[in-house]
Design a protein around this ligand. Structure first.
Ligand SMILES: C[S@@+](CC[C@H](N)C(=O)[O-])C[C@H]1O[C@@H](n2cnc3c(N)ncnc32)[C@H](O)[C@@H]1O
Length: 285
């Protein structure tokens, strides 16, 4: 970022907003607030209380560095190193998916399915930052939670998040359900990669250029791969009375309804606040 030297937080904010807008960053004002606040070690409210404070040299340098990175469309959560999920802070960075608000619906549905049952066994397939596994370990009384990911980097974040938030989770590295072959669970949750690789160009640069491809793109170019695979495995994977909850992309539900009909399973498609059929629910079996 090469711009005039800001003297106050207000000036840095204004320069940052103009710079990010020029770089095509969406919501440039909000993003500049977030980045400048982080550079100055403040939260958003603190920033507004400190707008007229003169800046130190190292604050200016840090602000410039972070705004330059944001201008290259690095996700804000990678710059701040954290993202809120279901009321808790998860640490994230390059190599792990940033938790999305829509995934909180999986937590709500898992809590509803678990209501009145203590000590459930739960599996989270594709745990990423551990946002689902850790949240459910803390929200469900006595739950015994296992989480799988194929990415060693993601598992480092997940383990650190679990330790910091004091959640007990068994983390396993491996491919799909292989690490838990022959085990059964009362609840299985998954937010698997479901983006069609053919739609790569439609993704925001923050996602396309910076988030890990293995967290985004469905294998073999089939967005429905994991939802179908898990639904077909449900009878072997779920304990009696168990349920499976899988997050879906915006257009998957009609295809899955047709493809899974032959299995004769109890299926529900739960809509999110945008009316998208966001969660495939199988069970209770
Ligand atoms: C969409 S991300 C979800 C991360 C996290 N659960 C969340 O909701 O933010 C999918 C995760 O699945 C993992 N993954 C992809 N393919 C996998 C496989 N074959 N076996 C295990 N994990 C896989 C990725 O590494 C990534 O962390």
């Amino acid at each position: 970022m090469s711009a005039p030297e800001p003297r106050t937080a207000r000036e840095m904010l204004e320069l940052g907003r103009t710079f990010l807008a020029r770089k095509g960053v969406e919501g440039a004002r909000r993003e500049a607030e977030l980045v400048v606040a982080h550079a100055l070690g403040l939260d958003r409210l603190g920033l507004f209380l400190a707008l007229e404070r003169p800046l130190a040299r190292d604050e200016i340098a840090r602000g410039r560095e972070l705004l330059t990175r944001r201008g290259k469309h690095e996700p804000a959560a990678y710059l701040t190193g954290r993202r809120e999920f279901y009321g808790r802070t998860f640490h994230v960075g390059p190599g792990v998916l940033v938790p999305r608000p829509e995934t909180e619906l999986l937590v709500a549905r898992a809590r509803a399915r678990a209501a009145g049952r203590a000590g459930l066994t739960l599996l989270d397939l594709g745990t990423g930052s551990g946002c689902l596994a850790v949240t459910l370990a803390l929200e469900l009384a006595g739950a015994r939670v296992t989480a799988i990911d194929c990415s060693a980097r993601a598992l480092e974040y997940a383990r650190a998040n679990a330790a910091r938030l004091q959640a007990e989770v068994e983390f396993l590295e491996g491919d799909g359900l292989a690490p838990v072959a022959a085990r059964r669970f009362d609840l299985v949750v998954s937010n698997p990669p479901y983006v069609d690789p053919a739609a790569r160009a439609t993704l925001a640069p923050e996602v396309r250029e910076h988030e890990p491809p293995e967290a985004l793109f469905a294998p073999a170019g089939r967005p429905d791969h994991w939802a179908e695979h898990l639904a077909r495995a449900a009878r072997a994977l779920l304990a009696p009375g168990g349920s499976l909850l899988v997050e879906l992309g915006f257009d998957q539900a009609p295809r899955l309804r047709a493809a899974l009909a032959e299995l004769g399973l109890p299926l529900t498609f739960t809509r999110d606040l945008e009316r998208v059929e966001r969660v495939l629910e199988v069970g209770p079996l």
